[in-house]
Each structure stands twice: as structure tokens, then as C-alpha cells.
Design a protein around this ligand. Structure first.
Ligand SMILES: Nc1ncnc2c1ncn2[C@@H]1O[C@H](COP(=O)(O)OP(=O)(O)O)[C@@H](O)[C@H]1O
Ligand SMILES: [Mg+2]
Length: 252
């Protein structure tokens, strides 16, 4: 697995209505160690999605550097997998073929890519859905397939932008527990963006709080793993950490 390093990242957009530049990212420096899980929280508009799009290579930076294991990022690449809040699975492909799509693009033979896809579907408890089509699945299950599809590419760095924001609260908790389990099993380097403080703390080893395009605080989360909501919801340490992060977010 590989580390992710961001140094003095900056981004300004041209606002055609105002006829001037707006600063989305002022100055962000941040390192995610290889195999670590870091959450990023901050209020709407603080630059989270802009930062993720630059790390993914979808958007050029105005300033600063982004490196994966010391190599500069200059565009999208298979070393970084991305999961958004809403994304489209291919409606005409089965779940299995959706998940196998990335390996296919990398030229992997059919038998092998199906083997990998089945392995990741099993990891997420989705084996029974392999032959189904996306429109036969609930929203929560589609989102789960989206996460599995990103994982099946075995990216060094997994970038997630509010991937569970549009599913109901119960399903979201299940997905969060699943993600921590899969992360512990495979240990990809994860940068997880959310505006949900409890989600950020539940998932991560560190929570980075953003404010107006810069890092306000970096809070370690030394909670034991595996993590389960049934125990953490009553856990004093979890509650104290969540309160601390919430206060930081509200101070912005
Ligand atoms: N394509 C764009 N053009 C102009 N301004 C943008 C664009 N995308 C985002 N912004 C502005 O950049 C800031 C950060 O947005 P964004 O990265 O989406 O924040 P977040 O994901 O934290 O809600 C906001 O002020 C937003 O209005
Ligand atoms: Mg966003």
C-alpha cells in the first residue's frame, strides 16, 4: 500500500457570475500513511470535494503538490480508486460484471477478473447478488456494489466522498461496519470525506477538520478495532471524541 502526501494544495475557481476568482482551497497540507484510514470533515463549501477531485486527478490544482508514494499525481490513475455519493453502475451489466469492470479495463482475463469480483462481493456479503442487475437492487445495495467495484481494482489509495450520505440511517451503519471490516482485512490507504462527525470518528484512525480551505485540526482516534455501533454508541471515549470533533466543526 502507498502513502498519500498533499503539500500546500491550493485551488481557485473562476466565478463567471462575479467575474472574479473564488478560493476553494487556500492551503492544505496533509499526509495519509500507507494503510491508514483518515476521515476529513468540515461544513458544506469548505473544499472537501474540490480537494478529493484534485487528489483523484480529475481537476488541476492551482498550487501545491499531490504525491502517491512520492510520485506526483498528474491525472487519474488506477492507483487511486474513487467512490462518490452518487455514481452510476452500468445498468446493462450484472453486479458481477460491474465489479469486474476495472480489472477488465486493465486487461485481466475473464476467469481471473470474475474470480476477483466474486472474492470482493463475498467480502461485502453480496455473493447472492452477483447475477442481478443494478435496477433489481435497493439504493443501499447499489451503493455497496459501488464500494466493492472500487475495492476490486485494488487501488493503493481509496478516495471516498460522502459515499453513504444518500442511504438510510440503518443501512449506513451496516455499510460503515462493513467498510471498517474490509479495511482491516485489506488495509488500503483511505481518505474518507464526510460532513457526519460520528461517521468520521467511527471509521478513522485520524479525523482532519477542514475550515475554509485549510486544515483546522487533526484529531487522533485511538479506538480499538473491530468497531461496532452496538458497543461504540455507548462508549464514553467515542462520545468524547465525537463531541471534540463536533465542537471543532462548529467553530468554523
Ligand atoms: N466548479 C466550480 N466553479 C466555481 N466554484 C466552485 C466549483 N466547485 C466548487 N466551487 C466552490 O468552491 C468551494 C468549495 O466547494 P466544495 O469543494 O464542493 O466544498 P464541499 O465539498 O466541502 O462542500 C465552494 O465555495 C464552492 O462554491
Ligand atoms: Mg462535497
Amino acid at each position: 500500500m502507498k502513502s498519500l502526501t498533499i503539500r500546500n494544495l491550493a485551488k481557485t475557481y473562476f466565478d463567471p457570475f462575479a467575474g472574479s476568482q473564488v478560493t476553494a482551497i487556500r492551503d492544505i497540507s496533509l499526509t495519509v500513511d500507507a494503510g491508514d484510514f483518515v476521515s476529513v470533515v468540515g461544513p458544506s463549501g469548505c473544499g472537501k470535494t474540490t480537494m478529493l477531485n484534485m487528489i483523484a486527478g480529475f481537476l488541476p490544482a492551482t498550487g501545491g503538490q499531490i504525491q502517491v508514494d512520492g510520485r506526483a499525481v498528474s491525472g487519474p490513475g488506477p492507483d487511486r480508486g474513487v467512490v462518490f455519493q452518487s455514481f452510476a453502475l452500468f445498468p446493462w451489466r450484472t453486479v458481477l460484471d460491474n465489479v469486474a469492470f476495472g480489472p477488465k479495463m486493465r486487461g485481466m482475463p475473464k476467469a481471473r477478473r470474475h474470480e476477483i469480483a466474486r472474492e470482493y462481493l463475498a467480502l461485502a456479503g453480496l455473493s447472492h447478488a452477483a447475477e442481478r442487475y443494478p435496477n433489481e437492487l435497493s439504493g443501499g445495495m447499489q451503493q455497496r456494489v459501488g464500494v466493492v467495484r472500487a475495492l476490486a481494482n485494488e487501488p493503493d489509495v481509496l478516495l471516498m466522498d460522502e459515499p453513504f450520505a444518500s442511504v438510510d440511517a440503518q443501512t449506513r451503519m451496516t455499510l460503515q461496519e462493513e467498510l471498517t471490516r474490509i479495511w482491516q482485512d485489506r488495509r488500503p490507504t483511505v481518505l474518507f470525506i464526510t460532513h457526519d462527525v460520528a461517521e468520521a470518528v467511527f471509521l478513522a484512525n485520524r479525523v482532519v477538520v477542514l475550515s475554509k480551505g485549510t486544515v483546522l485540526s487533526d484529531v487522533p482516534v485511538p479506538l480499538a478495532r473491530p468497531r461496532a455501533w452496538s458497543s461504540l454508541i455507548e462508549d464514553d471515549h467515542f462520545k468524547a471524541l465525537s463531541a471534540q470533533v463536533l465542537q471543532l466543526v462548529r467553530s468554523t
